[in-house]
Design a protein around this ligand. Structure first.
Ligand code: CA
Length: 237
């Protein structure tokens, strides 16, 4: 789950980035409308959190340009004046939700959860082996017991789960897990995988290494013979 945050007030932006990253989202932040517009035309996101009062290009104009490109990206608008007229204009321009400042972080997080559920193809619950992943709460359970995972471990597992049985390259993992100001190296990916393997011991799943290419989440009885799985799955990646 990758979020673009367009907010020009540093204290608000910093608080939002921190809290959303803690919740396990990859967050990229920009501080003006034209950077937001540029990021939206060149990269893909799962949600846009858009301040209305942005320098260089207003939030409303960023939204209009986005919708003119016929994208269905969910958009949550933040605005300083929480007036009815603002809300109507934003909704008419294609916003999905609206939050007036000041707001409680908990409310913003709840709205983000609702919007990312709506905009994505991620089902509410994914079952794989003895493992169950509850997307809305970002909780992983094995045989009903919650597994204690860091935000990065959870993000990595989510990507592997969504493509279970198929190879995910290290580059794809790096791209999906990284944020502009917090790079994730391929070495770090190896560390997360190592930790996940330990934590998911007994879950009936395993993260197989596709030699030199990436990883594949398998049910643990899928390839009982060895550590590595055949390369043929690489073509699907
Ligand atoms: Ca502003």
């Amino acid at each position: 789950m990758r979020i673009l945050l367009a907010e020009d007030e540093p204290p608000i932006a910093e608080a939002l980035v921190r809290s959303l990253r803690c919740a396990g989202y990859a967050v990229d932040a920009v501080a003006n409308g034209s950077d937001a517009d540029a990021a939206l035309t060149t990269q893909s996101f799962d949600l846009l959190i858009l301040d209305l009062g942005l320098p260089r290009l207003s939030g409303l104009e960023v939204l209009r340009r986005l919708r003119a490109r016929k994208t269905t990206l969910p958009v949550l608008i933040l605005s300083a004046q929480d007036c009815v007229e603002d809300r109507v204009r934003c909704l008419d321009a294609g916003a999905d939700d609206h939050l007036g400042k000041p707001f409680a972080l908990r409310e913003l997080e709840a709205r983000v959860r609702a919007l990312t559920r709506r905009g994505s193809v991620i089902p509410a619950q994914i079952d794989f082996g003895q493992l169950a992943y509850f997307q809305a709460d970002r909780v992983v359970k094995v045989d009903g017991q919650t597994v204690d995972l860091s935000a990065r471990e959870l993000g990595l597992l989510e990507i592997l789960l969504l493509r279970a049985g198929r190879m995910v390259s290290k580059e794809q993992l790096v791209e999906q897990l990284c944020c502009w100001d917090s790079e994730v190296s391929t070495n770090a990916i190896e560390v997360y995988v190592h930790r996940l393997r330990k934590k998911l011991d007994g879950a009936g799943v395993r993260i197989a290494t596709v030699r030199g290419l990436g990883y594949c989440l398998e049910k643990s009885d899928a390839w009982p013979g060895g550590e590595d799985i055949p390369i043929r799955t690489a073509a699907e990646g």
